[in-house]
Each structure stands twice: as structure tokens, then as C-alpha cells.
Design a protein around this ligand. Structure first.
Ligand code: HEC
Ligand code: HEC
Length: 466
């Protein structure tokens, strides 16, 4: 009798621990928003996720950090050089500030002002210059992200559909023909290389407004620090040809962006987490799961969050184009003309696709790395707070009256930054945009807050507390 009771005691303690442990995993995994099915099927994964730990750590293949070449050092000097601008007060860094991931400086309005007196408004906010090192040239062709595996698929729906299948081009015939616009630089992909791109801002009258190559070459030639560097790198006769002086300067600026590790630091908390070197807190973990969940944020369908099979770190963009139908921004000077529309791929800035109506309204999906440091969001800078961005994604279709203004008759002006004829291009297939007015929205208020907390883990410069 006594022996049996002792045995009973000895068994019941570990049993209680097991049952208690399983209940803890179940409850905390459910509190994270993991589907019950997944918790049952993959209890070990659920346990690690509940603890904030990455269940599948990887070794990330990041660009090696090397000392800058002489060319890149010259590029750095030029990147920060205000003397080249008409105003004498503007450099590349004025609009591409390292403090915000090389996006607009903190506190900026929708667009930057350039020109001789810094009073000429731009049309779009500056995108981040970071994480462009793997950007391919612009093309319209087969979807080129076949080699990306998604954590959403791994973690949540191992047996379910691949999340890429949940993202479809707005035009089903184009999708069938595999005509996906992708790659390129700028919001409309109109430029292919960092070097080609830099003469745009250098000479753009709304930006640095540097005047002519002759003016730029003369300034460089008269500069006691720059001139000898130019002669050393490009030969004694470099200043004989102003056009060549400018091309070499742009080449040097491009080298700086390619070589300097600050343009691809990969030292965010999320990068550390991917490599098993950091734990996300509860809110960040919930946000991450909502971000990748195809039924809630579905953000990772376009803002890719998983490392490639080869260990390439995710860039939080698929480098493809979508028309999201963000509201018109009355703060943009050009938008005061009701007939003006910035249609991205199909113009008016970009010229070569003007006749391709199916691409009207499409803009490049930007990286979300360092996005929590940006002061403005979307191609027209309509939002200044990530809470507004999340509300846009959640309520654009279910409660459009929260997103768009009304006309005189009280009708909600959906997609009011696009001409009526182009509104069919707006993505209404991919979650969270796959809903009708009056239906429940895809995310909860907590999901939206949590996703913002997760986005902050994408800020560079996170260091492990010692
Ligand atoms: C007055 C603000 C301003 C200045 C100064 C400026 N830029 Fe920009 N930059 C922008 C804007 C705005 C865009 C996006 C324009 C568009 O999409 O049409 C942009 C886009 C870019 C892009 C494309 C980035 C991407 O993610 O696609 C690169 C690269 C770039 N600029 C480099 C430079 C360099 C190099 C300099 C200095 C020579 C510079 N910029 C100076 C405002 C500026
Ligand atoms: C169907 C593809 C797609 C999905 C899904 C998607 N995005 Fe985007 N995202 C885009 C595109 C395209 C833009 C730029 C649109 C524009 O400016 O007109 C963008 C822009 C943004 C921006 C502004 C970044 C900047 O530099 O201005 C943020 C922030 C953002 N997305 C967050 C999210 C979050 C959070 C989710 C999930 C709730 C999400 N996105 C889901 C395609 C997508």
C-alpha cells in the first residue's frame, strides 16, 4: 500500500510538469496567435516561438565589410558635399539621411524642397538608399523570386498553400503570361543603376540643381581636397572633359553606396533573431506572426521576411510593383491641379510605359528595413505615422470612409489619387485587400500595434545587451 502511494507520488510530479508545460505552451502559443492546429502539430516550434526564439536559425550571407577603396572614399566625400548644389546647402545626404536608413531626414514633410533657394517642391518623398545592393534592372517578365522560401509557409501553414500564391498581379491575364514588372530604382523603376541614377538628383531643378557638368567640374577642380583625388584616380587630364568629370564623380558615389557597410548593415534585432542570437519580446513576436500570417497582415507576401535558401538575408521587398490606391495627398504641390495624376510605372515621370494602362498606378514595393525611422510613407508621402499606414491596409476596403475623403454629396472618394479608368488596377486580390465594405477587417487593433512593434525590430544598429 505504502509502496504504491509513493510510486503514485513519484509519477504524479513529472506528470504534472508535463501537463502543466503543455498547457503553458498551448496557452502562450495561442496568445501569440498561432493556429491551434500548428501548436498541436509542431509543439517544439510553438514552444520556441512562445519563448521568442527562432525555431529555424540560419547563417546569413551578408556582404563582407572591407575598408573602403579610394574610389568609395571619394564617393563618400561627394555624397556629403553641399558645394555642388545651386543653393550650396544641399547634398545627397540632405534627402538621404543616414539617420533614417538613407531616407528623408527626421521631421520632413511629404516631399523635399530643392533648387537655388530650397523652395522648389519635389513630387515624391526620397526612398531609402539602403539595401539596394541586390536590386536587378527593371524588367517585365517571369516572377524571379522562386528561390525565396517564406517563413510563413514554414511556420504556419506547412501543408497549406505557399503564400506567394496569395499574391497575384492585378491583371489575371498578365499573371498568366507571367508579366510581372520588377526591379529598377526610383518609385517607378525608371533607372537601372546607382550610377545612372545619381545625375538625376544632381541636375534636377527641384533637387540639387547643380546646373551644368561644366559648373560641377569647375567646383571640383577648384576644391583643394577633391581636385588632387580626382587627378590621382582618373588621371592628370580628368578636368579637360567636364562630362567625364561628372561621370566619374557619379561612379564614385555609386561605389560608396555599394561598398560602405552602412548601406547594408544587416544588424537589426530581426537579423540577430534570424541567426538565433536574439529573442523577440511577446509583442514583437505577435507582430511578426501577424506580419507573415496570410490571413492577417499578409505583409510578407510583398515585403519578404524570410532568408533565401542560400542564406541571403531578406530585404523586406519583392522588388515588384503594385497599385495600392493610397489616398491623394493635398500637400503635394503638383496635386493642386485635379487633372494631375502621378501614375508611377505609366508616367508622367516615367515615359516608356505611358501606353500600358494596366500598369497605371503601380509603384515599387519599398523595403521595410529602417521604415520605423522614416518620417513619411508611400510614394506621395500621404502618411506620417505607421499607425496610419496600418489603418490604411486594414480599412481600405472594409471601412473606406476612414481612409478617403468625401465629395460634396457625402460619397466616399475611394482611390481618389487615380483617374476612374485606372482604378481597376488597384490590388484587390491579396490579403488584407481581399475584402468587401462592411466585412470584418483582417487585423485586430492589437495586430496593428504588434506589427508596428515588429517593424521597429527592422531598425539597423541593434546590439545585443551584454
Ligand atoms: C532634394 C532631395 C534629393 C536629393 C538632394 C537627392 N535625392 Fe535621391 N531621391 C530623391 C527622391 C525624391 C527620389 C525618388 C524620386 C522618384 O521616385 O521619382 C530619389 C531617389 C534616389 C535613388 C533611388 C532609390 C531607390 O530606392 O529606388 C537613388 C539611388 C538616389 N536618389 C541617389 C541620390 C544621390 C546619389 C544623390 C546625390 C547626388 C541624391 N539622390 C540626392 C530625392 C533626393
Ligand atoms: C500586395 C503587396 C503588398 C502587401 C500585401 C503589403 N504591402 Fe506594404 N507596400 C506595398 C507597395 C507596392 C508599397 C508602395 C505603395 C505606394 O507608395 O503607392 C508599400 C508600402 C508600404 C509602406 C511604406 C514604406 C515607405 O518607404 O514609404 C509600409 C510601412 C508598408 N508598406 C507596410 C506594410 C505592412 C505592415 C503590410 C501588412 C499589413 C504591408 N505593407 C502589406 C506592397 C504591399
Amino acid at each position: 500500500m505504502r509502496v504504491r502511494r509513493r510510486w503514485g507520488l513519484a509519477l504524479s510530479v513529472p506528470l504534472a510538469l508535463i501537463v502543466g508545460g503543455a498547457a503553458w505552451v498551448g496557452i502562450s502559443a495561442r496568445a501569440l496567435g498561432l493556429p491551434a492546429r500548428q501548436v498541436l502539430r509542431q509543439p517544439w516550434r510553438a514552444t520556441l516561438l512562445s519563448l521568442g526564439i527562432n525555431p529555424a536559425p540560419v547563417v546569413l550571407r551578408v556582404p563582407p565589410a572591407q575598408p573602403l577603396t579610394a574610389m568609395a572614399q571619394l564617393g563618400r566625400a561627394l555624397f556629403y558635399d553641399r558645394a555642388l548644389s545651386a543653393s550650396g546647402r544641399m547634398s545627397c545626404a540632405s534627402c538621404h539621411d543616414p539617420a533614417t536608413g538613407y531616407g528623408p531626414p527626421p521631421g520632413s514633410g511629404a516631399v523635399m524642397f530643392g533648387g537655388p533657394a530650397l523652395r522648389t517642391p519635389g513630387l515624391r518623398p526620397p526612398p531609402s538608399l539602403a539595401y539596394l545592393y541586390r536590386r536587378l534592372p527593371f524588367s517585365i517578365g517571369p516572377d524571379n523570386e522562386q528561390n525565396e522560401i517564406t517563413l510563413a509557409a514554414q511556420l504556419l501553414h506547412a501543408a497549406g498553400p505557399h503564400p506567394r500564391a496569395l499574391k497575384s498581379a492585378a491583371d489575371p491575364t498578365a499573371a498568366a503570361a507571367n508579366l510581372v514588372p520588377q526591379g529598377g530604382l526610383f518609385w517607378d523603376g525608371r533607372v537601372d543603376s546607382l550610377q545612372a541614377q545619381a545625375d538625376g538628383p544632381l541636375f534636377n531643378p527641384a533637387e540639387m540643381d547643380a546646373g551644368s557638368p561644366q559648373r560641377v567640374a569647375a567646383i571640383v577642380r577648384a576644391d583643394p581636397v577633391l581636385a588632387p583625388q580626382f587627378r590621382r584616380l582618373f588621371g592628370a587630364r580628368i578636368f579637360d572633359d567636364a562630362q567625364r568629370t561628372v561621370s566619374e564623380a557619379l561612379f564614385a558615389i555609386a561605389r560608396y553606396q555599394i561598398e560602405d557597410p552602412s548601406f547594408h548593415a544587416f544588424d537589426s534585432k530581426y537579423d540577430a533573431w534570424l541567426q538565433g542570437r536574439a529573442r523577440l519580446n511577446r509583442q514583437q513576436m505577435r507582430g511578426y506572426l501577424a506580419f507573415i500570417d496570410p490571413r492577417r497582415g499578409n505583409c510578407a507576401a510583398c515585403h519578404l521576411a524570410a532568408p533565401g535558401r542560400d542564406g541571403l538575408p531578406p530585404l523586406f521587398t519583392d522588388a515588384q510593383y503594385e497599385a495600392l490606391g493610397v489616398p491623394r495627398n493635398p500637400a503635394i504641390a503638383a496635386d493642386r491641379d485635379p487633372a494631375f495624376h502621378d501614375l508611377g510605372l505609366c508616367g508622367p515621370v516615367r515615359q516608356d510605359l505611358r501606353t500600358q494602362q494596366r500598369y497605371c498606378g503601380m509603384f515599387l514595393t519599398p523595403t521595410l528595413r529602417n521604415v520605423a525611422r522614416r518620417p513619411v510613407f508611400f510614394h506621395n508621402g500621404v502618411y506620417h505615422d505607421l499607425r496610419q499606414v496600418l489603418a490604411f491596409y486594414d480599412f481600405r476596403d472594409t471601412e473606406p470612409q476612414r481612409i478617403y475623403p468625401r465629395d460634396a454629396q457625402g460619397r466616399v472618394l475611394r482611390f481618389n489619387d487615380l483617374p476612374a479608368a485606372d482604378r481597376a488596377n488597384v490590388d484587390s486580390a491579396d490579403a488584407p485587400f481581399d475584402r468587401q465594405r462592411g466585412q470584418p477587417s483582417a487585423m485586430s487593433a492589437r495586430d496593428r500595434r504588434d506589427i508596428i512593434a515588429f517593424l521597429r525590430t527592422l531598425n539597423d544598429g541593434w546590439h545585443r545587451p551584454r
